[in-house]
Design a binder for this molecule. Sequence first.
Ligand code: AVJ
Length: 319
Amino acid sequence: MSPLAVTRTLPLDATTAALRADVANGLTGTPKTLPPKWFYDARGSGLFEDITALPEYYPTRAEREILIARAGRIATLTGARTLIELGSGSSEKTRFLLDALTGLHTYVPVDVSESALAAAGEALLAERPGLTVHGLVADFQHGLELPGTPGPRLLAFLGGTIGNLLPAERSGFLRTVRDLLAPGDALLLGTDLVKDAATLVAAYDDARGVTAEFNKNVLAVINRELAADFDLAQFAHRAVWDSEREWIEMRLRSLKEQTVKIPALDLAVHFDAGEEVRTEVSAKFREAGVRTELDAAGLELREWWTDDAGRFALSLAVR
Ligand code: AVJ
């Protein structure tokens, strides 16, 4: 078995520097915000895995249903020799693609979570000893440098994670993707779809409170990395559907007036009672919107597949 290669494009101290900058900017602005990528330390990645099994959180199951139904078609249409997966997480759903892509030479999982990458990479190598696996610990929002791998390449961005980007970030991201693709390469994009508010809110505010724990985990990450003193019990989880912008917002609401110290930033952050920090935007899509956004980035939508219940979509686009 070939060893698992993992490349960190950002050194560890750059990750900490990015966290420091995000926390300093996000908690001194109005309204307060924190970027969702900081949920995913080892505990947060584990909590997200738990979320995907919750009865209320349908996106993972819906996307799996589409992948199972369409993997063969995706393999035929793309003939991919390299699969690049952004935000690969546990790579669980990727199995269906990997099994269908019979000509595959290299798999490049890209994730901010080194723990998730290493575990997934090792498991895959054990199952597919012939496959070259080259993990990248990277933040794909800040430019991607991919290893030279054989084409045609299929770049997969699953789970609906593109919805975590704000509209301006999304268009920048899609342009970056377009620039990474050569003619003949393809993008496989997972998007959660607009649906009734009750279903959406329940998916982000589950009865067992796993999503609440996941949301509060960002405070635990800041406590650990920046020596802050957030009391997680003094913040409440909220999930709000914004019907204008068609996105879910996760927020943390301060349960009392309080001041939190963040010594590593030489910062004291004041919270009014009831003040909210936006910790995640999760945009929901429609076919016309996805087509328009791809088009604006120089990508052409070729296939649009949904699950039977029409909750989630996979798009196949080419340059
Ligand atoms: C994995 C980023 C797509 O936005 O639905 C799950 C993360 N947040 N529950 C999403 C998430 C709250 C998830 N993504």
